[in-house]
Design a protein around this ligand. Structure first.
Ligand SMILES: [Ca+2]
Ligand SMILES: [Ca+2]
Length: 516
C-alpha cells in the first residue's frame, strides 16, 4: 500500500511540477553577484529532467541564475529514474564529490548525516539570509530538518501540501438528478449509494449497470478513516495533546471503521474486486457514465475524470470535489508533508563558502520566481493589470519549455499553489479553495530517526504494516469475523511490539515539537 501511495504521489509531483511564485520586486536578500572572483565555479550533483529527451546541462534559466550569482555551475546530472541507484554508491565512496549534493533520499535515518560527509549549514547561517528567512516562515519544515544533534544539514525541495490533495469526488449530474447536495455524513453517503443502486442514473434503460462507488483500495483509509477520528494515512499520528497513536491499533475507533466498511461490502456498495481496482478502470467508468463517486488526487477531477464526459466544456465540473465525510467525528482530509528532496554541502569541499552562498541564493524568492515563471518575453508576458501569463510556446512546445530548466528538479525549488492554479480550469481552482483546502489536516511530520530508533523501526514496522493490511481486507470481506477475531488482532499487534514502535514515534514527535 505504501508503494502504491508513493507512486501516486510521484505521479502527481511530476504532473504538478511547478515551483513557487513570487513578485519580481520582492526583497532580494542576497548580495549579487555572490563573488567577483574570475572563473568562480560551483559543482553540483543533481537530477536531470524527468523528460528523457531533455538535458539540463545548458538550461538557459539555470545559466541565468548562475550568471546573476557570478559563478559557473559544473553539473553532474543524473537521470531521475535511476538517481538513487547511481548516486548512493558515489556518496558511499565519498571520493571526488561535487560541492553541492542533491541527496538520493530524505536521509531520514541520518545515515549520511552521521557519516560526517555533510557540512552543518547552521554554522554558516550568517551567509544564508534567504534560507534563514525561509525557515522562519516554515517552522514545521525547520522542525523536520533539525537533526537530533540540533544541527541543520539540508536545504529542502518542497511540494504543495494542502491544495490538490486526495479528496471526495462526486458525479454532479447524478446528485442533481436525485435532488440532493453532496453528502457530508456517512449516513447520507450510504443513502446516496443506495439510490444509485436502485435507479437508472445514467438513463440507458438499465437500472443495474451503475457501480455506486469506484475507489482504489489505497484511498479507502483517506476517505473513511477521518469520520472515525483516525488518520490511517499517516498510520502514526499525534492527537491535540501531542500523544502519538497508531490508527490501526485504536481499539474502538478502528473496529468501528472496519465494521462500517464490512457493511458496505455486504450490501454490495463496495465492490467485490475492490482491492484490484485501478485508475484506468475508473477513468473508463467515467467515459461510460457508470459511477457515482470516487476518491483520488484532486488533480484528476478536471483533467482526467471530468474530461471523459462528452458534454464537459471545461467550465463546470462533472466529477467535482466536495467536503469530507463526518461520522461521530468531524471529517477531514489528510494533507501531505512538504519535503520532497534535500540538498547538502560536501564537508570535504574546498569551496564551502561559495557553495553555501550559492545554495542560499538558489533558495531565494528571486530564484524561485525564475524556476516557476522563467523570464519576461521568453516564457511569460505581463498584461495591463500587471498579471503574468505564460506565452503559448510554453504549452505548445514541451521539450523546449522543459529544456529551459523550468521547475528545476536539480535545485531546491518550492512548488506553489498559485503556479499550479494557472494550469487548471477556474472551477477546479474554486473547488480546491472551497471544499478541499479548508478541511486539510497535517499528516504525521517528517522526523529523523536516531540509529537506535531506525533499528527498532526496521525490525518491526514492515511486518506490522503487512499484517494490518492483510487483516483489513479479511475483516472488510468477512474472511475474518470482526466480533470474534478483532481482539486477537489487537493482541497480535501487541506481540509484534507495536508499543515499542509507539515509544519510538513519541520520542521523535517530541523532538520535532521541541524544534519548532
Ligand atoms: Ca442503478
Ligand atoms: Ca443505467
Amino acid at each position: 500500500m505504501k508503494n502504491r501511495i508513493l507512486s501516486l504521489v510521484l505521479a502527481v509531483v511530476m504532473l504538478m511540477s511547478v515551483g513557487s511564485i513570487a513578485l519580481a520586486d520582492e526583497l532580494n536578500l542576497a548580495q549579487l553577484p555572490l563573488t567577483t572572483e574570475e572563473g568562480a565555479t560551483v559543482s553540483i550533483l543533481g537530477m536531470n529532467s524527468w523528460y528523457s529527451t531533455v538535458d539540463l546541462t545548458d538550461a538557459p534559466l539555470l545559466k541565468e541564475l548562475a550568471d546573476r550569482a557570478g559563478v559557473t555551475i559544473d553539473w553532474t546530472l543524473i537521470d531521475p529514474t535511476v538517481y538513487s541507484d547511481s548516486v548512493s554508491p558515489m556518496l558511499a565512496s565519498g571520493k571526488d564529490l561535487p560541492d553541492i549534493l542533491e541527496m538520493p533520499d530524505l536521509d531520514l535515518n541520518m545515515d549520511y548525516i552521521k557519516s560526517g560527509m555533510l557540512e552543518p549549514l547552521d554554522t554558516h547561517f550568517d551567509l544564508m539570509p534567504n534560507y534563514v528567512a525561509f525557515l522562519e516562515k516554515n517552522p514545521s519544515i525547520k522542525g523536520s530538518l533539525t537533526a537530533d544533534d540540533g544541527h541543520i544539514y539540508y536545504v529542502p525541495q518542497t511540494v504543495v501540501t494542502h491544495s490538490y490533495q486526495p479528496v471526495m469526488m462526486y458525479n454532479m449530474p447524478w446528485l442533481e438528478k436525485l435532488g440532493i447536495e453532496a453528502p457530508t455524513t456517512l449516513d447520507a453517503f450510504v443513502e446516496y449509494l443506495r439510490a444509485i443502486k436502485a435507479n437508472d442514473m445514467n438513463g440507458n434503460g438499465d437500472p443495474d449497470d451503475e457501480i455506486p462507488m469506484s475507489i482504489q483500495s489505497a484511498f479507502l483509509p483517506y476517505m473513511f478513516g477521518p469520520a472515525f477520528g483516525l488518520d490511517l494515512v499517516s498510520g502514526f499520528y499525534a492527537d491535540d495533546e501531542g500523544v502519538v497513536h497508531y490508527a490501526a491499533y485504536e481499539k474502538e475507533a478502528y473496529k468501528a471503521y472496519l465494521t462500517f466498511l464490512h457493511g458496505l461490502y455486504e450490501e454490495g456498495l463496495l465492490e467485490t474486486e475492490f482491492t484490484s481496482l485501478n485508475r484506468d478502470q475508473i477513468t473508463s467508468r467515467c467515459a461510460n457514465d457508470l459511477t457515482g463517486v470516487t476518491f483520488d488526487f484532486s488533480w484528476q477531477m478536471s483533467n482526467l475524470y471530468s474530461a471523459q464526459y462528452p458534454n464537459y466544456d471545461g467550465t463546470v465540473g462533472i466529477i467535482a470535489g466536495a467536503a469530507p465525510l463526518s461520522g461521530e467525528h468531524e471529517g477531514f482530509y489528510v494533507a501531505r508533508n512538504p519535503i520532497s528532496g534535500v540538498f547538502g554541502i560536501n564537508a570535504k569541499s574546498t569551496n564551502i563558502e561559495l557553495a553555501v552562498k550559492f545554495l542560499d541564493y538558489a533558495m531565494s524568492e528571486e530564484a524561485q520566481d525564475l524556476y516557476v515563471w522563467g523570464l519576461e518575453g521568453l516564457t511569460y508576458e505581463v498584461d495591463d493589470t500587471g498579471a503574468r501569463h505564460y506565452l503559448p510556446r510554453c504549452t505548445e512546445d514541451t521539450i523546449w519549455y522543459q529544456g529551459l530548466g523550468i521547475n528545476a528538479p536539480n535545485m531546491p525549488s518550492q512548488q506553489s499553489t498559485p503556479a499550479t492554479d494557472v494550469l487548471l480550469p477556474e472551477w477546479h481552482v474554486k473547488n480546491d479553495r472551497e471544499f478541499e483546502v479548508p478541511f486539510m489536516r497535517d499528516p504525521y511530520p517528517t522526523v529523523y530517526s536516531t540509529p537506535d530508533e531506525a533499528a527498532i523501526t526496521s525490525m518491526y514496522l514492515v511486518d506490522i504494516q503487512t499484517y494490518v493490511d492483510e487483516r483489513a481486507v479479511a475483516f472488510i470481506c468477512g474472511y475474518a469475523d470482526i466480533e470474534t477475531e478483532f481482539d486477537g488482532y489487537i493482541a497480535t499487534l501487541e506481540a509484534m511490539q507495536i508499543e515499542e514502535l509507539l515509544k519510538v514515534r513519541q520520542a521523535q514527535y517530541d523532538r520535532f515539537a521541541a524544534a519548532l
